[in-house]
Design a protein around this ligand. Structure first.
Ligand SMILES: *Cc1c(COP(=O)(O)O)cnc(C)c1O
Length: 377
């Protein structure tokens, strides 16, 4: 009997990008062959088609493919004219890429604390952090749950500030039926292999409804070229290649179904684990896409060790808030300044949850969590 993809894994890893390839192997192999025998390897017809399909998926007019999620944020900010001397508000609890991108645009990241239930930035903390130099609010839809867009939009509107969405973990998530990425001025996506829509290498995209912004990002991603060899503005090299775009097109066609699978799995996890450990919240007006299924426990080291002995992999997203990492400590914040982010970093654990996880594996993961006997945070 041919094993089903994902079955017979003695150890269940927290993430398994190769499984996402095996699930769509035939179509991906065909797509790759099509690119290899075509005559474009970078910024060709696959990228153009993917940009149109991905813009439609996000309910936005334009999508511009770039080299990574970090570059999507950096080029969106640069495209909006944000740079040296400008402040951009970001959560203290996020992938460090969010903050790195702001600094690479030469702007100053101003960190704020998060909400304890969704781990996304606190609108109250954002309001308190606004200064005359603030130029944007960078809302991160962490773990796949939309940030509190109702309150963030009202703060942003009151101060005349744009919201840029970091959607690197939230492809297909929505707030009030509005897909993330189309709510703010720009939505920045990563296609890093483990993301909900993952390539076989690096990739990213900015989506927007603003034609001028889309055009500026198109210029920025390739030496400022409006036409070949004519640089109209100083640009950069941050292009998406044809192989990645072709693979992404195959996977995009399955993304809605994959998201439903993630949500079904998350429902099963939460029903079983609620009461034992802290389980993820989902606000009523939001669609959480569970890029990561994150629980909270006061005994994280024990919990992870026990699960490892039981052949279940875990991850920590993230063990250190941005302001306590050596590159940023003392410069972007001090210990004690963002207590909710600091507490989250001590208690969060990501469990294996992704399309292709078999029911018997779900039972093994849940059984192992119960067998740890470890409680919540
Ligand atoms: C992955 C990620 C990024 C960066 O994406 P890359 O493609 O790795 O550069 C940015 N923000 C968040 C929240 C992420 O998870």
């Amino acid at each position: 009997m041919i094993p089903r993809p994902g079955s017979n894994r003695p150890f269940i890893p927290q993430a398994d990008p190769a499984l996402q390839y095996r699930r769509h192997k035939e179509a991906i192999d065909l797509a790759i062959a099509r690119v290899l025998t075509g005559d474009h390897y970078i910024l060709g017809p696959e990228v153009e088609a993917f940009e149109q399909e991905f813009a439609a998926f996000c309910g936005a007019r334009y999508a511009v493919g770039v080299a990574s999620g970090t570059d999507a944020i950096r080029l969106a900010l640069l495209g909006m004219g944000i740079g040296a001397g400008d402040e951009v508000i970001v959560p203290a609890h996020t992938a460090v890429a969010t903050v790195a991108a702001v600094e690479r645009a030469a702007a100053l990241p101003v960190l704020v604390d998060i909400e304890a239930d969704t781990y996304t930035l606190s609108a109250g903390a954002v309001a308190d952090a606004i200064t005359p130099r603030t130029r944007a609010i960078l809302a991160v839809h962490l773990y796949g749950h939309p940030a509190d867009m109702a309150r963030l939009l009202s703060v942003a509107e009151r101060h005349g500030l744009p919201i840029v969405e970091d959607c690197a973990q939230a492809h297909g998530a929505s707030w009030k039926q509005r897909p993330v990425g189309s709510i703010g001025v720009a939505g920045c996506f990563s296609f890093y292999p483990t993301k909900n829509l993952g390539a076989l290498g690096d990739g990213g995209a900015v989506v927007t409804n603003d034609a001028r912004l889309a055009e500026r990002i198109r210029l920025l991603r390739q030496y400022g070229w409006a036409e070949r060899n004519v640089s109209t503005i100083p640009g950069d090299n941050s292009r998406l290649d044809e192989l990645q775009a072709a693979v992404l097109r195959v996977k995009l066609a399955h993304l809605d179904a994959d998201t439903e699978l993630r949500r079904d799995l998350a429902g099963m996890f939460t029903r079983t684990l609620r009461g034992q450990v802290g389980t993820p919240a989902e606000r009523p007006d939001c669609r959480h896409v569970y890029h990561l299924y994150v629980i909270a426990t006061a005994a994280r080291r024990d919990f992870q060790d026990r699960l490892k002995q039981l052949s279940v992999g875990t991850g920590v997203h993230y063990p250190h808030p941005v302001h306590l990492q050596p590159a940023y400590e003392g410069r972007l914040g001090r210990r004690g300044q963002f207590p909710t982010a600091e507490r989250a970093c001590e208690s969060v654990v990501s469990l294996p949850l992704y399309p292709g996880l078999q029911l018997e594996e779900v039972e093994r993961v849940l059984g192992a969590v119960r067998a740890t006997g470890v409680g919540g945070a």
